[in-house]
Ligand binder design. Structure first.
Ligand SMILES: *Cc1c(COP(=O)(O)O)cnc(C)c1O
Length: 401
């Protein structure tokens, strides 16, 4: 029995069976590469689900973590945490907001507080009846009960009912449907600039701009879920910058910690103030270790020039993937920056994922016909080309659907 098979057997006994895991046990990583327990190496193009913007064990992240690890880990928010204040300032400096950041530990938690605050903002002004959350069909906002309700995907809700009341859904990208749905009871509209988990579904141009205008007119808040799209993933710090739209509230997580758990809510001054003393909190939120890493990530993206470089390599990877359409099994490539969906035809995504894995390339199948790629922003053009070649071979080897 290989090491990997042994780990698989132990996982099946010890863990809850909620993940459909690939038969790969990963023990080491460097840059875009990871190694399994049997010594086989892979190009890791899922990026830990759009998390590892710096790749694995980036020297700047390792230095920040080890230095902070020797100094102070955790004291709770009963006290000021200088690293947390520094990260808040650094984050706000690259957002449309001058003030108000709140830290937690994951994307779900960031969206949970975003939705809670949207309700409280209106309730504090005597409009408790304005409590409805509008969300989009097939969105993904996390697995807490409120966020799984907002996501509106039956497969993630089944058996967990009753769900949170006061959540409605409109089709993604449909301006007219959004306009019809907004009314005097709408507290907020929560939306992803690109629907990542749905298969890298990009909103039509002008959608966020229209959402901004319509929510403003209706007196509702615009809440952007930038958990997957933010912190450089699409080639800008935030995906909403592509449309020049400023939300009222915004969530971040995933890439913000580059693999160390952290989440953040960014708010306008007007709304952020309503997260008043005692109204919300998190024991670990914004602890010194997480914030030290977050600071290193932001430094690499801005001062380190990683953001610009990622746009070039993203364009290169996309061109290589688009060239694969000539093989007849790639219908199109969608997404932005280094968040890409390869839409397949005549072949199952799961089969291609398996062939790719055997050849040393890890990608993520979404549904039957999309492969999601979210490699580190540190990717080189040579690595992008290597991955495209492996994918080409995997596409050719996979059986017809
Ligand atoms: C991953 C994701 C979340 C949930 O983040 P967790 O850290 O898994 O809780 C929420 N929204 C979007 C858009 C995501 O991609």
């Amino acid at each position: 029995m290989s090491q990997t098979e042994q780990w698989a057997a132990r996982a099946q006994r010890a863990l809850t069976p909620n993940y459909r895991q690939q038969p790969v046990a990963l023990v080491r990583g460097e840059g875009v590469r990871v190694w399994d327990a049997d010594g086989k190496s892979y190009l890791e193009f899922l990026g830990g689900v759009a998390v590892n913007v710096l790749g694995h064990c980036h020297p700047a992240a390792v230095a920040a973590l080890t230095e902070q690890g020797r100094t102070l880990w955790h004291v709770s928010n009963h006290y000021f945490v200088p690293r947390q204040i520094e990260l808040a300032e650094a984050l706000l400096a690259v957002t449309p907001f001058a003030r108000r950041a709140f830290f937690c530990n994951s994307g779900a938690e960031a969206n949970e507080v975003m939705l809670k605050l949207a309700r409280k903002y209106h309730a504090d002004q005597g409009h408790a009846e304005r409590n409805e959350i509008l969300s989009t069909v097939n969105s993904f906002h996390g697995r807490s009960l409120f966020t799984v309700t907002a996501g509106g995907q039956e497969k993630y809700q089944h058996g967990f009912e009753p769900l949170v009341p006061g959540v409605r859904h409109v089709p993604y990208g449909d301006v007219a449907a959004l306009e019809r749905a907004l009314d005097r009871k709408t507290a907020a509209f929560i939306v992803e600039p690109i629907q990542g988990e749905a298969g890298v579904v990009v909103a039509p141009p002008g959608y966020l701009t229209a959402a901004r205008e319509l929510t403003r007119r209706a007196g509702a808040l615009l809440c952007l879920d930038e958990v997957q799209t933010g912190v450089g993933r699409t080639g800008k710090m935030w995906a909403h910058e592509w449309e020049g739209v400023a939300p009222d509230l915004m969530s971040s997580a995933k890439a913000l910690g580059a693999g160390f758990p952290i989440g953040a809510l960014l708010a306008s001054e007007e709304v952020g103030l309503h997260l008043s003393a005692g109204s919300h909190g998190s024991t670990y939120g914004g602890n010194a270790l997480a914030c030290a890493v977050g600071l290193a990530v932001l430094r690499e993206l801005t001062q380190g020039g990683l953001l610009e470089r990622s746009r070039l390599v993203g364009a290169h990877l996309r061109a290589r993937l688009e060239a694969l359409t000539a093989g007849g099994r790639v219908a199109s490539v969608r997404g932005q920056g280094l968040l890409l969906g390869v839409v397949l035809k005549g072949v199952r995504a799961g089969a291609v994922m398996q062939e790719a894995r055997q050849r040393g390339l890890l990608v993520n199948a979404i549904g039957d016909d999309v492969l999601r790629l979210a490699p580190p922003l540190t990717l080189t053009t040579a690595e992008a080309a290597e991955a495209a070649d492996l994918l080409d071979a995997a596409l050719a080897a996979a059986p017809a659907a």
